[in-house]
Design a protein around this ligand. Structure first.
Ligand SMILES: [Zn+2]
Length: 516
């Protein structure tokens, strides 16, 4: 069979759908507590999902469905003699799976070592262990909590054996005839992972990836475990090739490195070839900001800023193969849709819509047609990538929350990301935080007030920067900040940004009692 990632877009989509339908018939209908119940209530039968039109009849699932009982989203067949362990109406494990476990136990494939250290009766021990490998959740992490309650997503050992190694290997993506002057991930590249050591996808993806692909990395566990300046010293001494980080922490990290270089505490970072961004979207202005700091640090001339998309429920994050290539969503272990926010029907190729995904082949927590709530402005184009020659659904443009990224301030509809970028991009601003409040705090009928707290870049004057901020924000968002407050303790302000979640900077705090 031809390499799946080199198929034509049509053929790849056809195969992706074919495995999705099979997965729905053989795993979702029998073993998924929530979806089985919902599908049966709708009068659907496993044999009904034969084509794309049938698939579109399946209900979209949202966080509101998932949050009350995350356990109902874990695949759970019933095993003979252990039916009472599963408090849901799911089917008994199919005999073909039992036969497979017997085969795996007989031939010890994939290899297991537990029998070297304990007695393992054939059925209770060896076969049982194969079943546990497939279905028992062994790992979970949760979302960071900026968008509400944390919701866990679980993985079984099956995912680590049969799904994640292939997904993780995409870090090595490169074109058939690579440009020798462009940086790429080599077998001996060393990555510096500065995601905070928390039960969060971004941190674990970096850790999981190195163990599954054999790529070298150091996991600093973030600024709370190893102070930023110490990280930078290690980075410089050991000559790492790349950094993976949350963009908001990356700005602080690079700025601190620039200061250390000026003070002569580190050497120029010639070895730094790129940064892998996760956890938050990267705007073009932020990308430029990283490049400017990179130039000051003397990084590799081909220094790249690579964006990604991922979320807890998806169970993985996907990257660009090259700057501005579009994010390469995986079409083998997922089926991706972009739906109209109102009608929830598919939008055309390249049109904006809300990202909806379905798992294929996974165990543990699984979703079919999960509404991410993320609006993809540049749309998805399922095509052969012009950079790496591989076929994938490519995701373009900025991603924002379909509902939460807009708010009304003083009667004007404002995009919060635009507001944040407008302050960040103002010349002379080093660190900042925006506070939305009421003129009379707590009184929802009083006037909206925008307060901007700023730490100045060295050599700038307050009056000039205050005017720049007000003019720039007005030009971008049509609303003007009411007050600009200057502060001097940059570390304290940076600390406040990360106080709430530990991973995502909270650049904007909305203190108003009610707002749309
Ligand atoms: Zn590509």
């Amino acid at each position: 069979m031809r390499d799946f990632y080199r198929l034509s877009p049509d053929e790849q989509r056809r195969r992706s759908l074919k495995s999705l339908f099979k997965y729905i018939r053989e795993y979702i209908f029998p073993y998924h507590p929530f979806l089985r119940k919902r599908y049966l209530e709708l009068g659907l039968k496993p044999g009904d999902i034969r084509g794309y039109d049938d698939f579109l009849k399946l209900p979209v699932v949202t966080k509101a469905d998932y949050r009350p009982d995350p356990r109902a989203f874990i695949l759970q067949p019933k095993f003979p003699g252990r039916e009472d362990k599963i408090p849901y109406d799911t089917e008994r494990i199919h005999v073909k799976h039992l036969l497979r476990y017997i085969y795996q136990a007989l031939f010890n494939k994939p290899k297991d070592y537990a029998h070297l250290f304990r007695k393992m009766p054939f059925f209770q021990g060896k076969v049982g262990r194969r079943a546990a490998w497939e279905w028992m959740p062994i790992h979970f992490h949760a979302s960071a909590g900026t968008t509400g309650d944390p919701t866990p997503a679980t993985y079984t050992y099956h995912d680590f054996l049969y799904v994640l190694p292939e997904l993780a290997s995409s870090i090595f993506t490169e074109p058939d005839n690579p440009d020798p002057n462009r940086p790429r991930v080599e077998w001996d590249s060393k990555n510096f992972n500065v995601f905070p050591g928390t039960p969060h996808l971004a941190f674990f993806q970096a850790v999981i990836s190195k163990f599954l692909t054999g790529m070298a990395s150091f996991d600093s566990c973030g600024g709370k475990v190893i102070p930023t300046e110490e990280q930078i010293r290690i980075f410089s001494q050991q000559e790492f090739d790349s950094i993976s980080a949350v963009p908001s922490y990356m700005t602080y990290w690079l700025r601190t490195a620039v200061e250390m270089l000026k003070r002569g505490e580190i050497k120029p970072l010639h070895h730094l070839k790129g940064v892998f961004m996760g956890g938050e979207p990267v705007s073009p202005t932020l990308k430029q900001y990283f490049k400017d700091r990179g130039r000051e640090l003397g990084v590799h001339p081909g220094f790249r800023v690579i964006g990604s998309f991922g979320m807890t429920e998806v169970k993985w994050a996907f990257m660009e193969c090259e700057e501005d290539s579009g994010i390469h969503l995986n079409p083998k272990f997922y089926f991706w849709e972009l739906l109209d926010p109102e009608t929830r029907m598919p939008v055309g190729e390249g049109k904006p819509g809300v990202l909806v995904f379905s798992h294929i082949g996974w165990r543990g927590t699984v979703f079919i047609r999960y509404w991410t709530g993320d609006l993809v402005r540049g749309g998805i184009r399922w095509e052969k990538c012009r950079f790496c020659d591989r076929t994938a659904p490519l995701l373009f443009g900025s991603i924002c929350r379909a509902v939460k990224d807009f708010t009304k301030i003083k009667g004007t509809r404002v995009n919060l990301l635009d507001l944040i970028s407008a302050v960040r991009d103002t010349e002379g601003v080093s660190s900042f935080r925006i506070i939305l409040d009421k003129e009379v705090p707590g009184d929802e009928f009083s006037r909206d007030v925008i307060l901007v707290r700023v730490v100045l870049r060295q050599g700038e004057t307050r009056e000039v920067v205050e005017k720049r901020i007000k003019d720039h924000v007005k030009a971008v968002t049509e609303v003007t900040p009411d007050k600009v407050v200057f502060e001097v303790d940059e570390k304290a302000l940076e600390g406040e940004l990360f106080q709430k979640t530990g991973i995502k900077a909270e650049y904007l705090v909305d203190k108003r009692p009610t707002h749309i």
